[in-house]
Design a protein around this ligand. Structure first.
Ligand code: HEC
Ligand code: HEC
Length: 369
């Protein structure tokens, strides 16, 4: 991507670059500073299909820059041999700002997160990280790049360097400067349509969306980095929850791989944040996702169960159930209640969310129409 290359150049020159309108500076860990060469190496690793059991799946299969770094319109992701997981691929755009990674926050950093997909049996399905190290230690281009970026060669190259490079690349996948940002932070009154302005009023007012999808004085990440049960998925397994939760805790005590368990078993997936904390209040809780570029990443929610933004609005308007009269789940967040929005207000909210598309992805938006 051109924008990423430009950012890389700015870093190379040591130039101070301004972050996109509406976003804070990207947090960079002290032990993994950015450099143009490291970013380029990470970009290559992210797109390398050889790091999978079939040689056909790279990170970019499911986080495709042509699809705003998702695999839209898939409901759940497809890994090696067309095996499907249980969850919808979140975008990597602005993941650099997330305090935890994955829908249930089971990983603390981008560096750590990148270890898992390579081994997950429904994603890249390698038996261990050995095949990756074999390639990066022996492929002349990789060997030269690791030498130059990390001063390491042969056995000295480990997954630490591999994941550091991938994370550095991901920290350049940031996007702001949407029509909303130009209106709210840039004070350009014409950046939003009247419907989008009305939608914003509902977002911060009667809809109470902003209590979780946070907008601040100088920046908007549209997430509180917290976990909430908003009534998606868990309703279907409600009756089994006590049994499922008990069985999961037992399996965990015996050392089950949580990453594999939640992505290969639909019911276990629905335990949500509970799978990480073992706390019953976290049952069915998932991380508040960003809403930036949301118009491009349908379908929605951790299980991809809601097809359109209008469907999402109906879900919220009903107070966390698909249709009036459905049973409300026992662990629903107190923040989710029927909203009594009119059809016009719901349309306005959708229009507002369409104003969150960054210019880098505007072309993707045009194609999606
Ligand atoms: C087969 C599809 C697939 C592949 C391949 C894949 N991912 Fe993902 N990715 C997903 C899904 C699905 C999730 C959500 C899983 C969950 O939350 O339990 C995810 C989550 C993430 C997240 C967390 C984002 C957030 O907001 O929490 C990051 C970052 C990420 N992937 C990066 C990568 C990297 C780096 C690779 C390659 C090493 C990769 N992914 C390979 C499907 C995939
Ligand atoms: C109590 C916190 C909370 C409130 C209030 C809230 N959301 Fe959410 N939102 C979440 C969480 C958590 C998810 C992910 C839930 C899941 O997948 O199970 C989510 C998911 C979404 C998604 C799908 C994102 C994706 O990438 O799939 C959209 C769109 C959305 N919310 C819009 C809104 C709008 C509009 C409102 C106001 C009407 C709103 N939200 C109110 C917490 C909240």
């Amino acid at each position: 991507m051109k924008a990423l290359a430009l950012l890389g150049l700015a870093l190379l020159a040591g130039a101070v670059y301004a972050e996109p309108l509406g976003l804070p500076p990207v947090p960079i860990p002290a032990d993994n500073p950015q450099s143009a060469e490291k970013i380029k190496l990470g970009d290559k690793l992210f797109h390398d299909k050889r790091f999978s059991s079939t040689g056909a799946v790279a990170c970019s299969n499911c986080h495709d820059d042509a699809k705003a770094f998702t695999d839209s319109p898939r409901r759940v992701s497809e890994g090696v041999n067309k095996l499907t997981g249980t969850r919808n691929a979140p975008t990597v755009i602005n993941a650099a700002y997330m305090k935890t990674q994955f829908w249930d926050g089971r990983s603390p950093s981008l560096e750590d997160q990148a270890l898992y997909p390579f081994l997950n049996p429904v994603e890249m399905a390698l038996p261990d990280h050995g095949p990756i190290l074999k390639i990066v230690r022996n492929d002349p281009d990789y060997a030269a790049a690791f030498q130059s970026v990390f001063g390491k060669s042969g056995e000295a190259i480990t997954m630490k360097e591999v994941t550091q490079a991938i994370a550095s690349f991901e920290r350049t996948v940031v996007a702001g400067n949407s029509p909303f940002d130009r209106w709210y932070y840039g004070h350009d009154e014409r950046a939003l349509t009247p419907a989008q302005v009305r939608g914003f009023q509902v977002f911060v007012g009667q809809g109470r969306c902003v209590s979780c999808h946070v907008i601040e004085q100088t920046q908007a990440l549209f997430t509180d980095n917290r976990f909430h049960n908003i009534g998606v998925g868990i309703t279907a397994v409600q009756a089994d929850v006590p049994k499922l939760a008990g069985a999961f805790l037992e399996a965990k005590a015996k050392g089950v791989d949580v990453d594999v368990a939640v992505l290969t078993d639909k019911k276990t997936s629905e335990l949500g944040r509970f799978a990480v904390t073992d706390q019953f209040d976290d049952l069915g809780g998932f991380k508040t996702p960003t809403l930036r570029n949301i118009a491009l990443t349908a379908p929605y929610m951790h299980d991809g169960s809601l097809k359109t933004l209008k469907d999402v609005m109906t879900h919220y308007n009903n107070g966390g159930i698909a249709k009036a009269g459905d049973r409300v789940n026992d662990f629903l967040s107190g923040g989710i209640r029927p909203l009594n929005l009119t059809s016009q207000q719901m349309d306005d909210l959708v229009a507002f969310m369409q104003a969150l598309t960054s210019p880098e992805f505007a072309q993707t938006a045009a194609k999606a129409k």
